[in-house]
Design a protein around this ligand. Structure first.
Ligand SMILES: [Zn+2]
Ligand SMILES: [Zn+2]
Length: 814
């Protein structure tokens, strides 16, 4: 016994560890066994001596105490080591995994054990099963007598309970082991119900090869669950475990048929079942062969198995026909894209009513190793492109800073060194928020993000459980809204389902009966704001409708947003209506970009196809406007509350007491000479010869874009040259270089720094100064270049009205 300690010396050796632990365990068990044997023998002898001496009470009491003690010291631990089964929304098997020892040992649930099955087993194996306490003394005596007369050991005395003990822990047949078996059987009876013991039996009986348990046999041979087996099938399956190696289904079918009918005859004689049913069963043919275990919905099945290593049956919410149809659609669709060098796609379907995932397609083909078919595209971290813009605008609606018709300038803008471009490399001038979202323009989105600030959007994404955003939240900047962060299709699809649920984020579940408390639930945006976004995303006249898309067939109405990541590596299209939210990703797992890849042309046709499949001819109504959404007339030029000069008015949605009520400033009255050649301010206004005229009030950024594009616009006439007043407002804005930045210039390339500014349109000339020394006089729209000294420099720009701006930059020559 002392040897036990010696083994611990080697324990740091990782590879040897399991072996050593196992050895130590065995030694402990043998130690336990001998202790147990000695103690048990003494106690047992004492107890029986007491009974012999007519002290029945004392004897039985000490036997009882002995049993309870043993039960405490040697508790019955059952670890059946089942195969993992994945079922669909109706409980039908989708996918099965071998257990840890590479066996098929599928767990039959209690509700799968039909009265027929139970009757057949109990009649055949242990007729008094429901009545005994694990051991049948009469059967044991009978077997004992038979053993004496025949000289053979038969197992006839074994109850179902004892067979379960033996199946769980097979041991050599010795009298000592038989004794332990009896003890264990009684223990089992005390700790489990009869139904549960029968269930263990059904789950453990052998069927030859690596098939164990009646359900495994039922699935692999008959391709059905035990609860739908016929009487003939049940009978065949109940006789095999007695001789699993000679009664092999698919190998010895005629012999099994013969044995089956012999037992059916027994059933008939003993009137176990209805005579006619037995007669029918006897005529049932037996032509089974062994089938492969089902391997449907492979990505979700693998994922849930990894996430629930101890569960034997994982009941998913996947709807079989939807899962299989969409798998097919995705596979066919991607095979059509193959010539473009596009190899993969992933799709996730959420039922908005149940918050459950009904289809989960991780790749175009799980069994295609060349294109990484086993990669789960639903969980892959990718760049979201423009798909976060709806959340951004929704947040801004809730902040009250914009409404759908608010005007915003889509012109080149420098955000502290970050100069975003649009997907089409074009700028669209003054447009509405609605247009900016529907056309997925980048500059308006970055402007709005700058206004609400990045942390506000990051916070929303955290509430919607975006994992990579959570991890990197401190590093995220304005590029976040253009795809500068990592997301998964799962996160995006869940986010969009919140728009379909009045802005309430509720993470969809994969399994049925998920604990509702553990689910993440957050209101991320208001229902008013969700409604406004939905209305914009449901518009059909937009550029991200696929080219040449045949819109004639009956497609359910949906709201959707596309996205294409930088480098054309990811195409996204995520859509929803009241019934479903569907997320589609198309691209290559290798990360290879493809020029043709775009959310509109590549991902959206697949999204539409899937919507047509899962929600075809849907009768559900479109979202209703929430009560706190109202209409108002706004100026078409600005989207603001009309001023007295705003003649062109349109209707817009707004959220009363949230949306801002700013009066329109799209134009301004200016005093000009009667010939409209000179403008005046109140300071220099002559007493006569002037008229008041309305001029457009464009922002400087828009004016400089008009100038650069040579777009004609109505200009305010030059200001009265005799005016003495120095304007303090509207000083030139230095656009480039960026204040406070560092510039690295290459010595050998003789690089220069460019100077650029924006001024009001009354300005004709600007003056550039470097460290307060005049560098150059220039017209406002000319770019000026110069070669700076290394170090910190001051750059100033003054206009012909004497207004001035200064900035500071650091220059380094390398
Ligand atoms: Zn206006
Ligand atoms: Zn003036």
């Amino acid at each position: 016994m002392v040897k036990v300690g010696i083994h611990f010396v080697k324990i740091e050796d990782e590879i040897e560890k399991p072996k050593i632990v196992a050895e130590v365990k065995t030694e402990f068990i043998s130690l336990q066994k001998s202790l147990f044997a000695t103690m048990f023998k003494q106690k047992l002898i004492k107890a029986f001596q007491a009974i012999i001496k007519n002290k029945y009470f004392k004897g039985i009491a000490s036997l009882f105490i002995l049993f309870v003690l043993l039960d405490l010291i040697f508790p019955f631990r059952i670890n059946p080591n089942y195969s993992t089964l994945i079922t669909d929304s109706e409980g039908k098997l989708l996918h099965a995994f071998l257990n840890k020892t590479d066996k098929w040992r599928m767990e039959t649930e209690l509700n799968e054990i039909t009265p027929t099955l139970e009757k057949a087993i109990v009649f055949k194996e242990d007729r008094w099963f429901r009545w005994h306490f694990g051991v049948n003394p009469f059967a044991m005596m009978r077997a004992g007598v038979r053993n004496i007369f025949t000289g053979r050991r038969t197992s006839g005395a074994s109850t179902i309970t004892m067979q379960v003990v033996r199946l769980l822990n097979p041991q050599k047949r010795t009298y000592f082991n038989k004794f332990i078996e009896i003890f264990r059987a009684i223990q089992l009876e005390l700790h489990y119900s009869k139904d549960e013991i029968l269930q263990f039996y059904i789950n453990l009986v052998p069927y030859g090869s690596n098939i164990e348990g009646l359900k495994s046999a039922s699935i692999l041979y008959f391709q059905k669950s035990p609860n739908v087996l016929s009487l003939a099938e049940v009978t065949a399956l109940t006789i095999i475990p007695n001789r699993p190696s000679s009664l092999r289904l698919g190998v010895n079918n005629p012999y099994i048929l013969q044995e089956r009918n012999r037992w059916l005859q027994n059933f008939k004689e003993e009137k176990v079942f209805n005579a006619q049913d037995i007669e029918d069963a006897m005529h049932e043919p037996l032509n089974v062969v062994r089938h492969e275990a089902p391997h449907l919905a492979p990505h979700l099945s693998l994922r849930l198995k990894q996430e629930n290593p101890t569960k034997s049956i994982i009941k998913t919410a996947l709807v079989r026909h939807k899962q299989l149809t969409i798998e097919n659609i995705v596979q066919n669709y991607v095979s059509r894209l193959y010539s473009m060098n596009i190899h993969n796609a992933a799709v996730m379907v959420i039922n908005n009513k149940t918050h459950q995932v009904e289809a989960y397609i991780g790749s175009a083909d799980f069994n295609n190793p060349i294109d990484g078919g086993q990669v789960d595209g639903i969980r892959a971290i990718r760049s979201p492109g423009s798909t976060l813009k709806p959340l951004l605008y929704a947040t801004a609606f809730d902040k009250g800073i914009i409404t759908p018709k608010t005007a915003i300038n889509d012109v080149p803008t420098n955000f502290g060194g970050f100069e975003p471009e649009n997907f089409d490399k074009l700028f669209h001038g003054k447009i509405t928020i609605e247009y900016a979202l529907a056309n997925s323009l980048n500059i308006p989105a970055v402007k709005i993000l700058k206004e609400i600030s990045t942390p506000v959007l990051v916070d929303k994404l955290k509430k919607a459980d975006f994992q990579t955003v959570k991890k990197n939240s401190s590093k995220l900047g304005l590029s976040l809204v253009l795809g500068g962060c990592g997301v998964t299709l799962e996160e995006l699809t869940n986010l969009f389902s919140a728009f379909a649920q009045e802005g309430n984020f509720q993470k969809a579940t994969y399994t049925l009966n998920t604990d509702t408390k553990s689910r993440i639930k957050n209101e991320i945006i208001s229902k008013e704001s969700s409604y406004l976004i939905t209305q914009i995303l449901a518009q059909i006249t937009r550029p991200d409708l696929p080219n040449n898309y045949d819109y004639t067939y009956r497609m359910p109405k949906i709201a959707w947003k596309t996205g294409t990541s930088f480098g054309k590596k990811d195409a996204w299209s995520i859509g929803y209506n009241a019934n479903y939210t569907i997320g589609v990703w198309v691209g290559n797992f290798s990360g290879e970009g493809v020029p043709e890849l775009s959310g509109a042309n590549i991902a959206t046709p697949l999204l539409f196809d899937i919507f047509n499949t899962v929600d075809y001819n849907s009768s559900s109504k479109w979202f209703k406007a929430p009560e706190n959404i109202a209409y108002r007339k706004v100026c078409a030029e600005s989207g603001d509350v009309p001023n007295d000069f705003c003649t062109h008015q349109i209707v817009d949605y707004y959220i009363p007491s949230v949306s801002k009520m700013t009066k329109c400033q799209h134009a301004k009255y200016i005093y000009v000479s009667t010939d409209e050649k000179i403008s005046y301010c109140s300071h220099c206004l002559p007493e006569s010869g002037t008229v008041q005229k309305l001029y457009p009030n464009y922002a400087p950024e828009l004016l400089s874009w008009f100038e650069s594009k040579h777009i004609l616009y109505e200009k305010v006439p030059p200001h009265n040259p005799k005016c003495e007043r120095v304007f303090n407002t509207n000083a030139p804005q230095i656009v480039y270089p960026v204040d406070g930045s560092e510039y690295f210039l290459a010595k050998n390339e003789d690089q220069k720094l460019m100077l650029n500014c924006q001024v009001g349109n009354e300005v004709k000339t600007v003056y550039w100064y470097i460290n307060d020394k005049l560098l150059q006089k220039a017209s406002p729209n000319t770019e000026v270049f110069f070669r700076p000294e290394a170090g910190k420099i001051k750059i100033s720009c003054s206009d012909d009205k004497g207004r001035n701006s200064d900035i500071y930059v650091e220059v380094k020559w390398e």
